[in-house]
Design a protein. Structure first.
Length: 201
């Protein structure tokens, strides 16, 4: 293979690895909501050169996980209260489409896996709200919806659902927990997911 082409492949691989690593950091709550990060700070933090840092940041921007601030910086892109109803409307619309497709391609193994995911959810009707409850349920909620979307076997639908679910996940990691529940009282509750399971079985 040509040396220049090899270098390009290596650069693309490093960029993709960095992109996913930064996403993991975002989903782990490692960034501050007001933190501004640049190519330089990301390169230093993850010990890479500025080129993959530049490319990874713009990939994150294209997925609307970060937004530009100033001339060269970025910060987390968090939904405001006014955006929540729109994102939940979109999530529910896609939910109907994915459920319909999954129901057509009934897969007992998939259904069993989804039931196992839901069984791990804490129930607001029984459990007292706490940071632990919300943290656990929001991660299970993300896995549940993305797994159903993946099972639809429609790559375009899957990417759309995943992007929406990532926005919801990030919003609820970095914004006050209680505000979420005031807007959407049972988005993570087991009963909501059980109703979806009933629709596809």
């Amino acid at each position: 293979m040509d040396k220049k082409l090899t270098a390009a492949v290596d650069t693309d691989k490093l960029r993709d690895q960095l992109f996913h690593k930064i996403k993991e950091s975002i989903f782990s709550g490692e960034f501050d909501t007001e933190e501004v990060f640049t190519e330089v700070s990301i390169a230093k933090r993850y010990q890479v050169s500025r080129t993959p840092a530049h490319d990874a940041l713009h990939m994150l921007e294209s997925e609307r996980l970060i937004e530009p601030v100033g001339k060269r910086g970025f910060k987390l892109s968090l939904m405001q209260e006014a955006d929540l109803s729109h994102i939940f409307d979109a999530a529910k619309a896609f939910e109907g489409m994915t459920a319909e497709l999954v129901a057509k391609n009934h897969d007992d193994e998939l259904i069993a896996g989804l039931k196992e995911i839901v069984s791990g959810m804490l129930r607001p009707q029984i459990d007292v709200y706490s940071e632990e409850l919300v943290s656990k349920n929001r991660n299970i909620d993300f896995e549940f919806h993305t797994q159903i979307a993946k099972a639809s076997k429609n790559p375009y639908l899957y990417r759309s659902v995943r992007m929406i679910q990532e926005k919801i996940l990030v919003r609820n990691i970095y914004n006050p927990i209680i505000q979420y529940y005031l807007v959407e009282p049972e988005p993570f509750s087991a009963c909501t997911h059980e109703r979806i399971l009933e629709a596809i079985t």
